[in-house]
Design a binder for this molecule. Sequence first.
Ligand code: F6P
Length: 475
Amino acid sequence: MARLVIVSNRVLTPGGGSSRAGGLAVVLKDAVTTPGTLWFGWSGRTADETSTDAEIVVEDGVHYATISLSRDDYQKFYVGFANGTLWPLLHFRLGLIEFRREHLEGYRAVNESFAHALAKLLRPDDLIWVHDYHLIPLAAALRHLGVRNRMGFFLHIPFVPPSVFGALPQGARLLKDFCAYDVVGFQTRAHHRDFLDCVHQILRYPSDDAGIVSAPSHAVRAIVTPVGLDGASFHKQAERSARGKNSRRLFASLAGRHLMIGVDRLDYSKGLVNKFEAFNRLLARFQEHRQHVSFLQVAVPSREEVAEYAALRPELNRMAGDINGRHGAFDWVPLRYMSQGLARSTLAGFYRLARVGVVTPLRDGMNLVAHEYVAAQDRDDPGALVLSRFAGVASYFDDALIVNPYDPDEIAEAMNEALLMPLEERQRRHRRLFECLCALTAEAYCTKFLKALSGNVGGGARSSRREHHESLGHT
Ligand code: F6P
């Protein structure tokens, strides 16, 4: 059997802790346990020079290989191009893009460094699976070094239509970089369609109904493979955690009030400002909830070297103070706002206690918090989920209360509906959401992607109707 090589910017190295790892690394950790797998990426450290050789650690048969980046490379690659240009572009925030040619050059240089260090570790039949927007040019850089292995790429964040993608300077070259892979995967059909439209309109590469792009040198297969998590095991963790000390303390502090919960990285794409404003409007417009609900928002600081991220924190601090000052009482703090992370196991119990989960990003690739909230619920007395229509997961979770995250009043109305929702309706919606969750596991995600990556699908003509349906997420 071919060895699997996973490549991602963040790697969940043994003993490295998961606090900085984010959702991607957690999904991969859940899924990639096969002994022999190689997981390659950034060490999370900066140094005087970018490493030319990886440091390797082995645990339970999985090999973790990481390189460190020079401070200058890190600034240009991670802060500059990946998070200062690509992130806002692919989240439809053109006004926030700060493009500099030197950042793009740094981004390409780091991808080349990854390629040089990785190429030394590769075997001829390895399957290489690259993750996320930091590493789009990696396949082209590896091909340049003579690597002939099959390579796949999965984008964890949204993709945009040609009218938006067209704003990216030198965007055509980046699209060609996507096409150096054999397989390219997306979270939703909309992202998949936008990618094919870009490739068609900007590069003039045609594609067929099965998502096979005819690039000049080879066929590229574009597929839909939504990420997920192991809902059944998260459900058990939530049951255990809800009986634990932290959940008992939270429960006692509510003094019989309902809990609403939000958990996000402190990122402008997560729609936190509108979420706070929505809670403000809930309390102003639906006064029966005063004194009867507490909203816990956990916002984990992220990418603070990027100016927009740094500016968001004081803005949210100000809003939280304002909301509590306006609506609070001597015995009730309506908004409990924490700009610190909590352990995933602790959160599992908190989700279970919450009558309402509020997941309202302005755009999101998938959003696994929605999965976790649904997985954690008590089936007999479940909470309701308020969900942005612009989170990838909204394409799958029809039974959430779907809102437009740009309208704080609409979010407030959905919060009100969720708080008042009768038990039977909560049970009915939750049953369907849980069924959907069980189809979207980390295992299903990996199996589907790897099937496409290892499959000998050389072109549209060889792709069956059934494969086409699978690749679009119909199974
Ligand atoms: O959701 C996109 C993503 O980059 C994930 O890959 C990652 O888990 C998360 O955001 C955290 O971001 P960062 O690696 O920049 O801390």
